[in-house]
Design a protein around this ligand. Structure first.
Ligand SMILES: Cc1cc2nc3c(=O)[nH]c(=O)nc-3n(C[C@H](O)[C@H](O)[C@H](O)COP(=O)(O)OP(=O)(O)OC[C@H]3O[C@@H](n4cnc5c(N)ncnc54)[C@H](O)[C@@H]3O)c2cc1C
Length: 303
């Protein structure tokens, strides 16, 4: 790999990158990564496990009938993001590696941690759309809807350098305020592997948003459950829009796992969705949104 390639930024469909190029926030060399056939396919393995190429578009994921049947939370998340035009172009790899939507980061005249600045201007500035789980020096929530959905599905990401990263390993834990992901310079996402779905599982996705479409969510949840004999036999809850990385809602999951699928259990799990939250002065409202999303999704999965 040449020096220029190692420091260059990849361009997939360019729906995120073009805006940063136009404003001058992204300035270095670019490498167009051409869609090779093995990266644009969805392959199905034994036991019904999918391997999704990094160049599969968000629209293709949303409309794939087999994905919708096996991984309905993933399909619904894909259908819920951005606009038809963006979904038509945007790739899954680009979605995972997209940069922060923070308005300070996107402003070419303002320094921030993600642009080699010394601090996060949003922390003492306007962070209305910032994190409600303040887990790192940067207070912007991670922008990837698909990362939250893939976290709920225990997905593994293969790059051209590493074979099976968890979503946590791909995105880091939020302690590095300078980055939106933990990919090395010149490392390309190639595919995403999902385990086979649980038997009889159902899944749903819901977002809270400040306008009806074409906006990143204030909070979003992808929920999966198997309800059998009146109890939650399996549960996964992953949330985006609230922290520097998508989060599993471990306290809510523990409150549901093996418990009766009734109103009292669900109310307790919804309350526990905010366990560990550290809202900023302007983001406390996200905690009510998060609890409300969990309550609504789990009630519907239990019904
Ligand atoms: C109005 C609007 C609303 C939106 N709403 C949402 C939303 O709700 N949720 C959401 O998740 N997104 C949302 N988006 C963002 C959109 O989903 C992303 O712009 C898109 O997924 C990026 O994909 P791309 O292929 O265009 O990536 P590009 O713009 O080409 O690349 C984005 C970044 O990823 C890197 N990259 C691309 N492919 C790879 C790869 N294979 N390996 C390593 N690095 C790679 C590039 O170097 C670049 O830094 C919205 C966008 C718009 C315009």
């Amino acid at each position: 790999m040449s020096m220029a390639t190692a420091t260059a930024e990849f361009r997939a469909a360019g729906t995120d990158l073009s805006e940063r190029r136009r404003s001058g926030v992204s300035r270095g060399p670019l490498v167009d990564i051409a869609a090779r056939p093995e990266l644009t396919d969805i392959e199905w393995g034994a036991g019904g496990a999918a391997r999704i190429g990094a160049f599969v578009t968000i629209a293709a994921l949303a409309s794939n009938e087999r994905i919708a049947a096996a991984y309905p939370g993933l399909a619904a998340s894909a259908l819920g993001l951005a606009t038809p035009q963006v979904r038509h172009l945007a790739t899954l790899g680009g979605n995972l590696a997209q940069r922060s939507r923070c308005w300070y980061f996107r402003n070419p005249h303002i320094d921030c941690l993600k642009k080699s600045g010394a601090d996060c201007p949003a922390r003492d500035g306007n962070h209305l759309y910032g994190v409600a789980f303040d887990l790192g020096p940067c207070v912007a929530p991670h922008p990837s809807t698909m990362a939250a959905a893939l976290l709920a599905y225990d997905a593994r990401v293969a790059t051209d350098q590493r074979s099976a990263l968890t979503i946590g390993e791909l995105l880091g834990d939020g302690s590095d305020g300078s980055a939106d992901h933990a990919l090395r310079p010149g490392e390309m996402i190639r595919s995403i592997a999902l385990p086979p779905p649980q038997q009889s599982e159902r899944a749903l996705y819901k977002r809270a948003i400040s306008r009806t479409h074409a906006e990143w969510p204030l909070a979003e949840v992808c929920a999966r459950a198997v309800v059998k004999d009146g109890a939650f036999q399996f549960i996964r809850l992953a949330a985006g829009g609230i922290a520097p990385r998508p989060l599993r809602l471990a306290a809510s999951e523990a409150a549901l796992q093996g418990k009766p699928a009734d109103a009292a259990t669900i109310a307790e799990a919804a309350k526990l969705a905010t366990s560990g939250a550290k809202p900023l002065p302007m983001t406390g409202y996200k905690l009510d949104l998060l609890s409300g999303l969990v309550k609504d999704l789990v009630e519907r999965l239990a019904s």
